[in-house]
Ligand binder design. Sequence first.
Ligand SMILES: C[S@@+](CC[C@H](N)C(=O)[O-])C[C@H]1O[C@@H](n2cnc3c(N)ncnc32)[C@H](O)[C@@H]1O
Length: 215
Amino acid sequence: MTIEGDSREYDLLAAHCETLGRELSKEKRPILLTAEIGVRKGLSTKIIMEYIRPNYSGLHFHIGIDPYGDLIYEHYDKIKATKLDYDEKMLLEFRKDFAEQKRFSHMHMTDKVFMEKYYYGVEFYHESKTYLLNEYGLVHFDGPHKTTDVINEAVFFAERAAPGAIFIFDDWKTYNTHLIRQVLNEYDFEFISNGERKMIMKKNDKSNKKDNSKT
Ligand SMILES: C[S@@+](CC[C@H](N)C(=O)[O-])C[C@H]1O[C@@H](n2cnc3c(N)ncnc32)[C@H](O)[C@@H]1O
């Protein structure tokens, strides 16, 4: 199947991946973990890997969290639960398309289950080594678009964000981004830019703040 996307401004995602790869190489950071919530046919996950890897001198690991399975849920605030086209057929095609990707794991579950199961990190087995990783350098938020869901995800990943981490929110106009920006400010993130579809936030490069408790 063609690896398609259902959004716009993929160039913005690609540009941030490229820059992140370069910056982390300059800092000689040896490992980078990135995540996408909501993979669908996989274009954004493909872009994340294709634009980080050639620009990054360390080891890049990526996860894509998506349950597929024709789930019926409230996709947006104040909208009745509906079924879209995220079905078994799409899952099988996606698996085929990404079967040969190295250092990539599809987390076949919802965001909520992921946050419970992988609270202490995700494991990768690569070239005779085991990696338990729980610090994220970039997250693309493109699963459920309800404000409460996105806030829960943002807090989970902010508590595990590396200094200089990039968070990209797709369809930001469909939920309360004002609230999300306020929450992330407490975790030392600042607003970088937005387009029609994507909003970018970045964690302070020097930050070692892991939570929002005031000390
Ligand atoms: C808007 S599409 C993602 C589009 C994709 N990122 C792209 O750019 O082409 C939303 C995806 O989120 C997934 N999804 C729905 N509920 C989810 C949840 N609770 N956790 C994670 N993913 C979810 C759907 O299965 C669907 O594949």
